[in-house]
Unconditional design. Structure first.
Length: 240
């Protein structure tokens, strides 16, 4: 039996790397689309260097996947900007930066969903990575929180459109996830403040997100669609 094909955007590091590793361990043939190449030879997936905000590059990448590997069964829209963004009042945001965040965080998901859906002849799974910040807002990162709110609407709209084709579409809304990316860019004080909003005391890891991805891509979740799954240690609950 041929392994199912899973495409993960932003798969070379951080949460994406955890997702790639977990999907590969679950038996998927995994393809990572990223601007960065993996940094080690043990990367358990094929890596394509792709700007997922570029319509042409996305279409070319999915054409290569279809020709050389096979139909797409799973798409994980993980690529996005967060840890490199500088906090500032919204009136100081440059429109070009706003557009860049929307391109990477929202446009890329539309482009990849469009390219994947037409290559899912036997149904499939799409999982979009959102953020817990949509439940309570986030000061001085308006472009980021707005982009993540858009993902919720996109997820539910896609679920409506693709249900008749047996494609489920869900989103995962993580809290702050401890990865090599966030550890290097977010201060320990800021991480501690976020941890205090959780009702569970342990930091969230990339594996916590990856395990949820694998569940949503499994037969156990075949009737789960249009949902936002919060993986945040109870932070959204404690904020309400």
């Amino acid at each position: 039996m041929t392994a199912e094909v899973a495409v993960v955007t932003g798969g070379s590091r951080g949460i994406g790397r955890s997702i790639v590793t977990r999907l590969a361990a679950a038996g998927f043939t995994v393809v990572s689309l990223d601007l960065r190449a993996p940094e080690d030879a043990s990367f358990p997936a094929r890596s394509l260097l792709v700007d997922v905000a570029s319509a042409q590059q996305v279409e070319d990448a999915f054409a290569v996947i279809a020709k050389e590997i096979g139909p797409v069964d799973v798409l994980i829209n993980n690529a996005g900007l967060f840890s490199t963004l500088r906090r500032r009042p919204f009136w100081e945001l440059d429109p070009a930066e706003w557009d860049h965040v929307m391109a990477v965080n929202v446009r890329s998901m539309f482009l990849c969903a469009r390219a994947a859906a037409v290559r899912m002849p036997d149904g499939g799974r799409i999982v979009n990575l959102g953020s817990t910040s949509v439940t309570f807002g986030m000061a001085e990162l308006l472009h980021y929180v707005t982009s993540k709110a858009a993902i919720v609407g996109m997820t539910r709209g896609l679920a409506r459109e693709l249900g008749s084709r047996r494609v489920t579409v869900n989103a995962i809304a993580p809290g702050l996830v401890t990865t090599e990316v966030t550890t290097g860019t977010i201060s320990a004080e800021h991480r501690d403040r976020i941890l205090q909003t959780q009702v569970l005391p342990e930091p969230i890891t990339g594996d916590d997100i990856a395990n949820t991805v694998v569940y949503l891509c499994s037969d156990a979740a075949r009737h789960v669609t249009g949902q936002v799954v919060f993986v945040n240690g109870g932070a959204a609950m404690s904020a309400s």
